[in-house]
Design a protein. Structure first.
Lengths: 309, 158
């Protein structure tokens, strides 16, 4: 049954070794060039335009199905949806009233401190494309690219909190690395007491971890972690996750802290690309006296850059 | 002879495109790790079936396509796929007379070699995936090899 029926059964493989060598050399040269020099980005972008139709072709049946389901949904379902959304809007507006008061208060306090830790100024909404990149890396493809001004290292949020950052930009699409990817680290801060550290991905969407917390550090289950804005990659003050478990082994110098991400990493479909507010340099407003070197290892110097492969 | 090879390029390109699509179709997370490397298997098939119709070029181009779609270092999959396709071409006459079991074992070795080169380059570029899950793809790939050969050879008999 395993039938090869080609007439080409000659044992000669003319120039196989030579061609294999040539292609392999070309591939190695490409890898070195890609790693060493940034100017391959343009070539990659051009090539990705060729791949875009394939990606769209894969994603479109799923989008079509969603559209079909939406267009045949019943009147009842729509009414229920409307009632639910109105309810949510009421709650949101109620919260917003308080938010505006709080923002005004915060602005006054910041003016007092003469610090300008501004949050993101401009947003762009992108949709996750239904394309599977790699089963063992936490990455998603989003339908906004260099064409829309997206850049490598840009912070990406969803409705719940920080989602990740842009790892690659192509012309029409971009690849976002999730905060749960094993190669990703993000500077965070405990919202309760301001303790600064780095949150590192584990490769599983359900949790991330804080590997650089000493056993003596004041961190308890239920603490909210927000971005610290250090390193300049992420705007400060966005929720990253909640501490779910703190294991302190007296024999170890570092505690084992697990965090459940605030963003819906495995469900989010709409993502927000954030452009930082012009002139805001949150990292520059922190004096050396307030940093805690014990909890931040040397790696924290450029955590955002460390995540880009 | 030339004519026959020119005709064969169409099913070659078509099957590679279908395999590329299968490689990126979203699957539930539970079975995602069990996804075989369809494109790699298709490239192996054509390397064995008609190496003179450009099996190695197909391997290199498919590898580049994988690099771009997966966002890997440009040339990573291309290198792994070229080397393993060349090996498959070298083994092709022996493979034809092998029993199904021996064929599957050979394909398993080729797929493992492919994964190993990827793993090695991942490590060399400071971006390793240490999960054991990645070594599952060669097993699944070797298991579906007979079915794939049956499908593809029927396809281009037409």
């Amino acid at each position: 049954m395993v039938a090869f029926r080609s007439s080409d059964t000659s044992a000669r493989s003319t120039g196989l070794l030579l061609r294999c060598f040539l292609y392999a050399a070309l591939a190695v040269a490409l890898m070195v060039a890609d790693k060493r020099y940034e100017n391959l980005g343009k070539i990659r972008r051009l090539l990705s335009i060729v791949a875009y139709p394939a990606e769209v072709a894969v994603a479109s049946p799923f989008q079509g199905w969603a559209w079909l389901r939406e267009s045949v949904s019943t009147r009842e379902a729509l009414r229920a949806d409307k009632a639910r959304l109105e309810e949510q809007l009421r709650v949101a507006q109620f919260r917003l009233q308080r938010y505006e008061a709080l923002e005004a208060e915060s602005r006054r306090l910041r003016a007092l401190r003469d610090a300008t830790a501004g949050v993101g100024a401009r947003f762009l909404v992108g949709n996750v494309m239904d394309v599977d990149l790699d089963a063992f890396r936490e990455r998603v493809l989003v339908d906004k690219g260099a064409h829309d001004g997206v850049y490598v290292g840009q912070a990406v949020l969803d409705a719940g909190g920080v989602f990740g950052q842009v790892a690659h930009v192509d012309e029409m699409t971009s690849e976002v690395i999730l905060i749960s990817d094993a190669a990703h680290a993000i500077p965070v801060q405990d919202n309760r007491n301001g303790l600064r550290t780095i949150a590192v991905g584990t490769g599983e969407v359900s949790h991330i971890k804080l590997p650089y917390i000493s056993t003596a550090a004041d961190i308890v289950k239920g603490d909210l972690l927000v971005t610290s804005g250090l390193g300049g990659g992420f705007p400060a003050g966005y929720p990253v996750g909640t501490v779910t478990e703190v294991k302190r082994d007296p024999a170890q110098s570092l505690a084992d802290v697990e965090v459940s991400p605030a963003a819906a990493l495995d469900r989010a479909h709409e993502l927000l690309f954030v452009w930082p507010a012009v002139g805001s340099t949150p990292a520059a407003t922190l004096t050396p006296a307030t940093t805690k070197p014990a909890t931040t290892p040397p790696r924290s110097v450029k955590p955002a850059a460390a995540a880009i492969p | 002879m030339m004519r026959a090879e020119r005709i064969r390029r169409l099913p070659m390109a078509l099957s590679a495109l279908v395999a590329l699509t299968l490689a990126i179709v979203p699957l539930p997370e539970v079975i995602d790790a069990f996804r075989p490397d369809f494109l790699v298997l298709v490239v192996f098939y054509w390397s064995i079936e008609s190496p003179r119709a450009g099996g190695l070029t197909l391997a290199f181009v498919s590898g580049l396509a994988l690099d771009i779609i997966k966002g890997a270092v440009l040339g990573q999959h291309a290198l792994a796929l070229t080397l393993m396709a060349a090996w498959a071409t070298h083994l092709r006459l022996r493979l034809r007379v092998f029993s199904v079991l021996s064929q599957c074992l050979t394909i398993f070795a080729l797929l493992t070699g492919y994964q190993f080169i990827l793993f090695w380059i991942d490590g060399a570029t400071g971006n390793p995936v240490t999960s054991f899950g990645r070594w599952l793809a060669p097993v699944i790939g070797a298991l579906i090899w007979p079915a794939l050969v049956g499908t593809l050879s029927r396809l281009h008999e037409r």
